[in-house]
Design a protein around this ligand. Structure first.
Ligand code: ATP
Ligand code: MG
Length: 245
């Protein structure tokens, strides 16, 4: 299996004349937790949609699990899991029904779905909730289930677009435990967040501003480089710098 999960070179997306993602070059390793930070409108979701094979780049190169973004987007979709920013599970379906629904979308047969469902619910200690409506779950549990559901087809990489927005701090911690377990199984986690404490948990982070990557390194290296105590303060510093250029 390739040790590089994501590789892009000069990847660019324009909407008309507007450049949403501007010449982005990144490498993400297998099993890495890669934090993708940036202010609102920086281009994070657009980048993720290109990497998931959902949006065709305007120019530049890119591979996900060794597959080309232009020529092999359909194969990419089978290899990745995606938790979108706006939407995850249906609130008015039961937990069991949501898993059946997504398992079907991922092309699993009913026997496999049943097996995975039992395993997933047990792992998340949600077995007693199996036939309850998903909307009644506390947000942290719902997002944990959404992540598990996005991995029913055993993808080698998952893209999580603000998975913890609207989730309380202790549930966010629990959700990050699931992210760590996922990465320790060799699955790459590509995650966007506006929470700077979560950025500290990532192996590496990139910081994006108006479509460009303006910093990319391990959190400790970034703190050291800018001589600032937290990623929060590094982020604020870089955003101020970017707005004055
Ligand atoms: N389909 C589209 N057509 C035109 N402009 C778009 C389209 N999708 C995104 N944009 C614009 O591209 C820019 C980047 O948007 P994107 O959603 O990628 O940002 P983001 O970093 O995910 O922001 P947020 O943190 O708010 O989710 C924004 O200015 C947005 O309005
Ligand atoms: Mg977004």
């Amino acid at each position: 299996m390739s040790e590089i999960a994501v590789q892009t070179s000069g990847l660019t997306k324009k909407f008309g004349d507007f450049v949403a993602v501007d010449q982005v070059s990144i490498d993400v390793k297998r099993g890495e937790i890669f934090g993708f930070l940036g202010a609102n409108g920086a281009g994070k979701t657009t980048m993720i949609r290109m990497l998931c094979g959902l949006l065709k780049p305007t120019s530049g190169e890119g591979k996900v699990t060794g597959l080309d973004l232009y020529a092999e987007s359909e194969r990419i979709k089978q290899k990745i899991g995606y938790m979108s920013q706006k939407f995850s599970l249906y609130n008015d379906l039961t937990l069991s029904e949501n898993i059946d629904f997504y398992g079907g979308i991922y092309g699993l047969n009913p026997t496999d779905i049943e097996f995975k469902k039992n395993q997933l619910l047990a792992d998340l200690q949600l077995t007693p909730w199996r036939d309850k409506l998903t909307g009644t779950l506390p947000p942290g549990f719902k997002q944990g289930l959404a992540l598990g559901t996005a991995m029913l087809h055993d993808p080698s990489i998952v893209f999580l677009d603000e998975p913890t927005s609207g989730v309380d701090p202790s549930s966010r911690r629990a959700f990050w435990d699931v992210i760590y377990q996922t990465a320790s199984r060799g699955i790459t986690v590509f995650v966007t967040t506006h929470f700077m404490d979560e950025a500290e948990y990532c192996h590496r982070i990139s910081i994006m501003s108006t479509g460009k990557i303006i910093a990319l390194d391990r959190p400790d290296n970034l703190r050291e480089k800018y001589k600032l105590p937290t990623i929060q303060s590094v982020f604020v510093h870089l955003m101020r710098q970017a707005s004055t250029h």
